[in-house]
Design a binder for this molecule. Sequence first.
Ligand code: GLC
Ligand code: CA
Length: 527
Amino acid sequence: MMTKREEFFNWIVYQIYPRSFYDTNGDGIGDLNGIKEKIPHLKSLGINAVWLCPCYKSPNNDNGYDVSDYRDIMEDFGTFSDWKRLQKALKKDGIKLIMDLVFNHTSSQHKWFQEAKTSQSSPYHEYYIWRKNPPNDWKSVFGGSAWAYNESTDEYYLHSFDETQPDLNWENPKVRQEAAKIVDFWVKLGVDGFRCDVLDFISKDFKKDKMFQGPRLHEYIRELFDRDGVRDIFTVGECQADKKNTLLLCGKNRGELKTAFQFDHINLGRIDKYLPRPFSFDEIKSVLVKWQKFSQKHDLIYPLFTDNHDQPYYISRLGNDKAHRYACATAYATTFYLLRGVPFLYQGQEYGAANPYYTKIEDFRDVETKRYYAEQKKSKPRHQLMQEINYASRDNSRRPFAWTKDERTNFGFSAATPWIPCNSRAKEINLEKDLESERSVFRYFQTLLAFRKGSLAIRQGSFQDRTKRRRGCFLYERKWKRERLLIVCNFDKKQKIKLPKNRKFLFGNYPEAKEEFLPFQAAVYEL
Ligand code: GLC
Ligand code: CA
């Protein structure tokens, strides 16, 4: 019998950004019914869990990461009944549902804040973080001071993100109880797990430079999740954790999280968010090997991902999304999704979606991007600023899913004008065209995910780095009892890679390599 925890290794999670997935009522905004209609697509891809980005009531300043009611559904996305129907339909097809919990802050439109800001004697005042004067010079993640002035109480409140996202005061036990009640609400409705937004921000030390990972973080997380009826649920935190903190957050008997996204492999290849630097694939390999060894040693569940709604596409930033787009998308998928852990795919990856390019700021919607533009436009030449934005904006991966070749329906997303312009490369890169191609990213993903599901070595087995001195490639072995697999990925120029003699080619993104591996060629062998 598999334990509950071991079963998580069977999950293959697909992240949906509902606004940009599929519109069914012709308002240019993706909706919950749209997700329901596309369940056959998810099934045929081979995933078995969905992480739904926030779909709660929200004024949408940060596309739902500013919640104004944690127990209701955003009107743009549908109704509560639509949500229930979606949940039921997913369940029927054996697809788990992970909801996004945004607990570091609420929307300033949340009734708690609406009350809190009116007077210090409001019972909700202490739900947020107030100071007569800013006690430090913390900067908001989106730019500018993290402290905003509130006239009616003549105080400042803390917002780690946008001004419209005031931070909750987790030191107040009432806030912690509210959060626990919200968790219980969704657990009772039968959801299978939670992705916890910027969870490591909930405890703060106002004397420190960094705004996150304060002294009471672990205590708060345990209070939230280490409870009867909740303890066994899947949880993945968004945390910037090093090894030590990962053990505290995700250690087997800690009662905190099942796993936590960490960003070492994402933060490569750039000096800061907007400034690239030269990088080599070997850096990615080292990061992966380090975390594979570490999570294996401590039997941690490691989240395997390259993309999400906050990042430009991985193949665009750290690969080749032009001549080698098919090979690069499939090579990264092979590298990441056959490692030890739980795969997370982001919508669009399955047809090799890549970064678009725009020359006007009006084509962007992201609050962070717009803020950055406004801040920098006085001091930087326009073309340079637009280049930075195209390189880094979160809108890169938030463009409507391109289902078809049909431009008139915005590539099958919606007959109405979409809330954000379609990907400028959607004519060339869309699911329909991908499926017509001889080398289809989607079909490769199908093969890859089906293989993962069928292989104990991949789901339960051990990991071992088998790369020899050679640069730009990654060879690793997965092993379970007598099943031994070798995964080989070349991220460099065409090159010879020495392989063990007794091997059987199972599949790859190209036909079996004879002598040399092509750029971005990936292959799976049985040993
Ligand atoms: C997380 C989300 C991001 C959001 C931020 C504030 O990083 O992934 O989209 O803007 O938190 O909630
Ligand atoms: Ca809609």
